[in-house]
Design a protein around this ligand. Structure first.
Ligand SMILES: [Zn+2]
Ligand SMILES: [Zn+2]
Length: 331
């Protein structure tokens, strides 16, 4: 219990007066400016606004692609399908090619806002791979289209753009288009590809293979709507396995049994990182070099240090417990 001594009252009074005086200095600076603005004539105010717009034009010129010269992974959202939290949005990440092009995986809430605000060029997302039609991997799609439409508008529609979307639920992509600013006009640049098992993308350097997993129940026709991916980059001889949401680590056996992956990105929304590490080490000892965790559930989000320590003890070396807006140099 707090002891209300004389010292306590003196300290509290000092603290309050410091807070008050710094608040007052901010207030007086802003009220000086406010006074100056208020004293402007209508003509002067008009000129003031005009000068601002001249310095800050809405429309942009000369679209240029920023090439980063590396292979980088950017984590846009690392939360599982939880309620809103202050620092974690739902699942989405991108692989940035050295030439600036983005391979986009999943589209959780605000993913395009996060990417844009991280300095990534959303117009360089030409291929998007959706793991499965659950909202925490999908709901940011309408926002994504809206961001693309807005940025294209800023360049007066002069930047050519097209986007392939690989999904097991084309009807949900259509629904997301309806919600975006350009509505079904978005269809002009979107090319929806229905996912199937096997290689779904190959640009001569990067290939993306898809396998089904048991996270979602089979549909009436027996097909599985939930997918995991393996990305291979020939030029740097590296590969990544992305679990999406999985029922068990063994869903990834077709990739893990091949061995030699450089990085596995595993979800912790339905699994403990520690158990995943132990299983990987015991059942698939040469499957992957490094482990990254994402799609964090409540326990991971609130006990990172604990989960990291347990996972690293099980894995025998450092792991990456990823967080939103994290960039990782991959190659
Ligand atoms: Zn999920
Ligand atoms: Zn899911």
């Amino acid at each position: 219990m707090t002891k209300y001594t004389r010292r306590f009252f003196v300290k509290s009074a000092m603290l309050i007066s410091t807070m008050f005086s710094s608040a007052c200095s901010v207030l007086s600076a802003s009220s000086d400016k406010k006074k100056m603005y208020a004293s402007m004539s209508i003509e002067e105010a008009k000129a003031h606004r005009k000068a601002w717009w001249k310095k800050n034009p809405i429309l942009l010129k000369d679209y240029q692609v920023k090439a980063c010269g590396k292979w980088r992974i950017h984590m846009l959202g690392t939360s599982a399908g939880s309620e809103p939290t202050p620092k974690n949005n739902h699942t989405s990440w991108v692989l940035e090619k050295p030439n600036g092009e983005l391979l986009w995986f999943d589209a959780g809430v605000y993913c395009s806002w996060t990417a844009h605000n991280m300095g990534l060029d959303v117009l360089q997302a030409k291929n998007m791979f959706l793991s499965h039609p659950h909202a925490d991997h999908f709901i940011g799609l309408a926002d994504f289209f809206t961001t693309v439409n807005k940025i294209r508008w800023l360049y007066r529609g002069k930047v050519a753009y097209s986007l392939n979307i690989y999904t097991s639920a084309p009807e949900m992509v259509n629904a997301a288009m309806l919600f975006s600013t350009a509505g079904m006009g978005t269809q002009k640049y979107v090319n929806v590809q229905t996912l199937k098992v096997g290689e779904v993308y190959n640009d001569g350097d990067v290939s993306v293979e898809a396998i089904t997993n048991r996270h979602m129940k089979p549909r009436k026709d027996g097909s599985l709507p939930s997918y995991s991916y393996r990305i291979k980059i020939a030029s740097v001889k590296k590969s990544i396995i992305f679990s999406g949401d999985i029922k068990s680590l063994h869903d990834l056996a077709p990739f893990l049994n091949d061995g030699g992956a450089d990085l596995i990105m595993l979800e912790t929304g339905h699994h403990d990182a520690e158990n995943l590490c132990r299983n990987l080490k015991e059942v698939y000892p040469n499957a992957v070099k490094d482990v990254l965790f994402m799609h964090h559930g409540r326990h991971m989000r609130n006990n990172r240090e604990f989960e990291e320590a347990r996972a690293e003890a099980a894995w025998g070396k450092p792991v990456i417990i990823s967080h939103d807006k994290q960039t990782i140099d991959f190659a």
